[in-house]
Design a protein around this ligand. Sequence first.
Ligand code: COA
Length: 328
Amino acid sequence: MTNISAGITAVHGYLPEQILTNSDLEKMVETNDEWIRSRTGISERRILTGEGRGTSEMGEHAVRGLLEKSGLKPNDVDLLICATVTGDYIFPDTANIVRDRLGITNGWGFDVNAACSGFLYALHIGRQFIENGSLKNVIVLGADKMSSIVDYTDRTTCILFGDGAGAVLLQPKEDGTGILDSEIRSDGAGAEFLFQKAGGSKYPATAETVANREHFAQQDGRTVFKAAVGGMVSAVQTVMKRNDLTNESLSWLVPHQANLRIISTVASMADIPMEKVMVTIEKYGNTTAATLPLCLWQYEEQLKKNDKIILTAFGGGYTWGATYLKWS
Ligand code: COA
């Protein structure tokens, strides 16, 4: 049996041009720059504005850049998995809209709904097809237009989120690099603490659901904060232990970007120094499924072959996990 791993061989991202700053938010809700910075670490985020522009457009930009970088033609792509909770439509899925926008007619695609852990879940799914030898080029895309489900009258959530997309290419590797281990978890008991109430089959859209603002994301911030720290610390520690990793041998921790206080608490509890932690939250906020690939993209020039990297995320569901890889 050959030892094939799924290596990340290219990464690319897309961020909309429009910037929404803390001072812009001060004009919309009762908040202030000092509160937002000190409680979340965020100073601005990107927003996709304009009629009829959806998540697929950002996904298209990210994947187009990925194809250009890697020299692949559209029909070299065997599978495109899109992690998102803000697809263009409830159905059909957004992965296939992105494929169509790029002229990919070969192979197949589908969406993964695991909120802020979506990219980690999709990566774990994608790696299986590379490892079992059935596919050669798998694209994992994390893309969310959170501004489409954020209530800009709710100061407890609207300060947190931004829009963006990031994508990686997975290819077979036999040089010891690639994805080596994953700890992927979920617990449906967390559903009520972070969710979009209406628009699904339980509460379809009515004039009342719209009037009650039930089509926006809502959360119990303090409960989610604690669960996020607990989930990510436990997943990171599990993966470190299983792979004999220490704070010295680890090159980078790539945490989901939800709140700088969550990131620094996770790093401190896992005993990983902040110099080894990727942080992009100040400029982009929480872009849900896009935070992990956007981090990799922003830090790409600092990454070296064989760097030992742990990705970790926590999100609605609850969903969470950690993945260990050696940079390809
Ligand atoms: N500006 C000013 N004040 C605000 C505010 C804002 N934008 N949002 C909340 N407040 C107020 C609250 O009303 C509360 O006032 P009170 O004490 O008079 O009741 C006070 O600030 C403290 O609120 P609290 O909810 O305890 O703040 P917090 O320190 O927990 O920070 C979050 C709130 C949402 C930033 C934080 O809980 C969080 O980041 N949670 C996790 C969110 C997350 O990661 N979700 C994505 C999925 S992983």
